[in-house]
Design a protein. Structure first.
Length: 117
């Protein structure tokens, strides 16, 4: 059993902290802790997976290609694969606690079974 609020750092930290709670070939569930981090200038995430996130604690501002979104604790956001996005800011007091679910649709089997009549 894992707790999303377990093992939280007691001091500020320079790099985001990611804990993978579950992973298989189709899905990855992570807790990400942020404390004032942001994406480097000019950097955009462009992921091959769909991502659903919930911000459990803190506040954050994300930039999508067409809009800027501010998230508060309890807000959720769906980012389809290849939705370019970047982090403008994350709060440090309180730290941001993210629950992120990354997943890929299973591709249908390209081969068809041929059965005799």
């Amino acid at each position: 059993m894992n707790s999303l609020f377990e093992s939280l750092p007691s001091a500020l930290f320079e790099e985001e902290i990611t804990t993978v709670f579950h992973q298989d070939k189709h899905i990855r569930i992570e807790r990400i802790l942020s404390c004032g981090q942001s994406s480097p200038d000019g950097f955009w995430y462009d992921q091959i997976e769909d991502e659903w996130i919930v911000l459990l604690q803190g506040t954050s501002t994300l930039e999508l290609e067409t809009q800027v979104i501010t998230l508060q604790a309890g807000d959720t956001l769906f980012l389809p694969k290849h939705q370019k996005h970047r982090i403008i800011q994350t709060s440090s007091q309180p730290i941001c606690i993210w629950l992120c679910v990354f997943y890929q649709e299973e591709k249908p089997n390209e081969t068809k079974e041929i059965r005799p009549h």
